[in-house]
Design a binder for this molecule. Sequence first.
Ligand code: ADP
Ligand code: MG
Length: 322
Amino acid sequence: MLSEFDLIARYFTRPPRAGGPVRLGVGDDCALLAPPAGESLALSTDMLVEGRHFFAGADPFSLGHKALAVNLSDLAAMGARPLGFTLAFALPAADAGWLAPFSQGLLALADVHGIELVGGDTTRGPLNLCITVFGSVPDGQALRRDGAAASDDVWVSGTLGDARLALEALQGRRALEPARLAAAQVRLDRPEPRVALGHALRGVATAAIDVSDGLLGDLGHILSRSGVGAVIDADALPCGAALAHEAPDLRREFALNGGDDYELCFVAPAARRQAVLDAAHRAGVAVTRIGQLTQASGLRVTDRFGKALALHSRSFDHFATP
Ligand code: ADP
Ligand code: MG
């Protein structure tokens, strides 16, 4: 059995990259990071709990990827550039067969984004992963939730709903043929945080959020923080490749209230449509215009003809009473 310190040294310690923001990484009482001059630090923490956010026995490589991805997604939604991250976790045993693929999944995504694991905490206990990411954004350029103006367009990146479809299939609540399940499960297990898009939208989008709990619920946070309402065209929603084969009612429901999408929902003035498309092109991500903000509060969903649909936010709440 590995000791706590062997485990940290073997799986979570790498020499710092030259020229990066990390002055001191794993191994001291604190890590030292040097954010660029004139920028604010952007911090975010997300926790993944076994049995709640992922199935017991989940593939450790995917878990490593996802634990970091969901955190980077928050930096993306702020328009921040990632600098580094910490990992605090509890695990039942120092099992090399689990730790090796977990750290590979985690550090492979860190490499994609050119960032380092700079510290953490390791204890024994029921499997529970908590990552804190550190990023930076030039003062005044963060994509906050409270910057939206009535009449801005509403946009979403990528596609929605496949993660929810995979989740329900894996829970045995829905039949899905193996090829479609495999396609959808990639979206559930290996979300790709839209960091390049968030960065490209600085100075273009007026507000942004990442879609983790379902589009309607997450857009609702922009609306309440900005004091506006919205009309969303359910027929304009970009459905995931697997979800696109399902019936229209399910497509709408999962695209609007799916969860675990990790796309960006953002708003921008109608006069900046070309700038939005240019930003998306630079980031290599598709974006779709799905509606409009309104002076009147509330969130309405319509079909493509503007007819109101009875679809409401069913955002996930850990403490909701059933
Ligand atoms: P302390 O007692 O000062 O909190 P620890 O003994 O918990 O320090 O950790 C020793 C060093 O290893 C610290 O630099 C800490 O940041 C790092 N560390 C601990 N756990 C992890 C981990 N899971 N991933 C990366 N670094 C870690
Ligand atoms: Mg400690």
